[in-house]
Design a protein around this ligand. Sequence first.
Ligand code: COA
Length: 170
Amino acid sequence: MTSGAAIRRARPADLDRIEALERECFGTVDGAFSRRQLRRLLANPRARWMLAADGQAVACWLTAGNGRARWLRLYSLAVHPGLRGQGWGKRLLSSGLAWGRTQGFSACRAEVRASNHGARRLYEQFGFREAGRLPDYYGRGIDGVRLALDLRRARPAAGPRAETNSRVRR
Ligand SMILES: CC(C)(COP(=O)(O)OP(=O)(O)OC[C@H]1O[C@@H](n2cnc3c(N)ncnc32)[C@H](O)[C@@H]1OP(=O)(O)O)[C@@H](O)C(=O)NCCC(=O)NCCS
């Protein structure tokens, strides 16, 4: 599998496959986006969607700010359970962050469930650092963590083995 090459920008026409992946990854009650929310997000000019593996892995980045203060927010990242552990999460992060750097964004932010150790480890590999606790962020008793990455200083992560390229609401 080559890195990066299989990742493309998602379009409104990808709504069905993204909705299916959302359901597969987050179910219907665990904060998954509704179809309506996804349609709006896909049409949002401040959202950049990246799709990989024929719709089996997706990332959504929101852009914010203007002038000199411009930052990215990793809004969603999901890999189909059957494709996890194969480097798709890393590739999507690498692609989005590389794009953000070329666009001059100075920082990236993300939120993740405090208990989501797999995702936290992934973000740490890319240099994200904890920037605050978010009590009850995902519901009563379900804390979140705010993460931040300085895009001007941080080096890209090493990437998946032997491949050098390599709410958020959950
Ligand atoms: C988190 C998620 C995106 C990772 O995707 P993935 O394609 O499996 O990740 P990769 O194969 O690229 O793994 C990259 C790194 O993530 C970390 N990681 C991923 N899953 C992990 C797990 N279950 N346990 C521990 N570390 C894990 C590891 O550090 C791994 O690097 P390594 O293999 O060199 O140790 C995926 O598990 C997923 O979609 N989860 C459900 C949705 C979610 O939690 N999204 C993130 C918050 S929005």
